[in-house]
Structures are given as C-alpha cells and as structure tokens.
Design a binder for this molecule. Sequence first.
Ligand SMILES: C[S@@+](CC[C@H](N)C(=O)[O-])C[C@H]1O[C@@H](n2cnc3c(N)ncnc32)[C@H](O)[C@@H]1O
Length: 203
Amino acid sequence: MSGAEAAPLIAAAPKNDSLRGAVTLAHFFLRQRLRPGDLALDATCGNGLDTRLLAELTGPEGRVWGFDLQAAAIAATRALLEREGRLAQVTLIEAGHERLAEFAPAGLRAAVFNLGYLPGGDPAFTTSPASTLSALRQAASLLARQGIIVVSLYTGHEGGVEEALAVERWGAALAPKEFNVWCSRQLNRPAIAPYLMLVERTR
Ligand SMILES: C[S@@+](CC[C@H](N)C(=O)[O-])C[C@H]1O[C@@H](n2cnc3c(N)ncnc32)[C@H](O)[C@@H]1O
C-alpha cells in the first residue's frame, strides 16, 4: 500500500542533522517523503546504509527492494538488516538494477540511486551510464504520484563525469507536467564534491 497522508514519521530526525553531502541530503528528502507502509527501492545497496534507512522509514508494514551486482554488497546489506531486525521486510536481489522492473512493483514512493563504487570495495567497479539510465527509466515508470528518485552523483572517479552528465541529460528531458527535477550542489565545496539530483513524479 502507499503511505497514509497523515501517518507520523517513524524515524523523524537523524541523530546528526547536518546537511553536509549528497547522501545526507538524499536522506533528508527520504525522511520527508516516506511513511510507514510505503514501497521503496534501493538500486545500489553497497554496504546497506541506504537500504537500512528505507526499511526504517517504511516500517514492518512497508516493503523495500534492494539491488546490487556484487555478492559482497548483498551480503553486507543482509548482515546489517539482520542485525537490526529489518530483514523480513526487504527483498535483496543480486542482479543489475537494469533488471529492476522484473522484481519491483509499480507504486514506489521512493527509489535511491547512490552511484559510483562500493565504499571499501574495488574502486574500479562502478555504476555505468547505460545500466544506470535504463534503471532510472524503469524506476521513474514505477513511481507513485509524489514518489521520488534521489540520485547521488560522483564525478571524482574515472567515468563519473560522463555518468553524471548522462543522468542530468535524462532528468532535464523529463516532461515538466509529469516530473519535477532538481539538482543540488554544495557551492562552498570543491567542484568535484558529490551532488544530488531529485526527481518527483507529479501525477
Ligand atoms: C556507492 S555504492 C552504494 C552505497 C550504498 N547505497 C550504501 O549505503 O552503502 C554503489 C554500488 O553500486 C553497485 N553497482 C554497480 N553497478 C550496478 C548495477 N548495474 N546494478 C546494481 N548495483 C550496481 C556497486 O556494486 C556498489 O555496491
């Protein structure tokens, strides 16, 4: 089910409510938008921190789908969720997010794309423009009204600039009657600092 409008946030405020960095800003929007019972998707589980937040915000009555190509990432995410008693509400899929429509349903209230490479993993193994764009298109078509996609973009690694520009071009071409598309950069940090794109479905 999609979240009831009046339901309270179950994880209202982070312990440290600083807005430093793209991922923190993504979490700020997710906390604003997600409610218990919602459906959500993490397109790049990595170490599981984003998946954990989605599970926390959607609660036991919600459902989360998490994807990663790397077995180590799925294992790390599973271990984190298990430790926190949140595994039952999450479906973890060891597959490329370009296959997400095979697994995830329509009606998503949020989809998270934290691009780049696995922190602590092989920096040569990164997300790539073709599969990222395919997954973004699928996620956009599965969004509920007022559902959001948050994309953390990294330009500091090889191929990062190309991927970020491809994602920006995709976002800029979305029909304004159907989607609101935002881009947020931290102006007082170096130009290569990660930044955030947000897509909201309007109808
Ligand atoms: C920046 S990390 C994600 C961080 C993570 N969300 C967290 O909270 O720790 C990017 C992840 O994308 C994964 N990845 C790369 N290509 C992918 C693809 N086509 N489908 C799914 N995951 C992919 C990598 O294996 C890596 O774990």
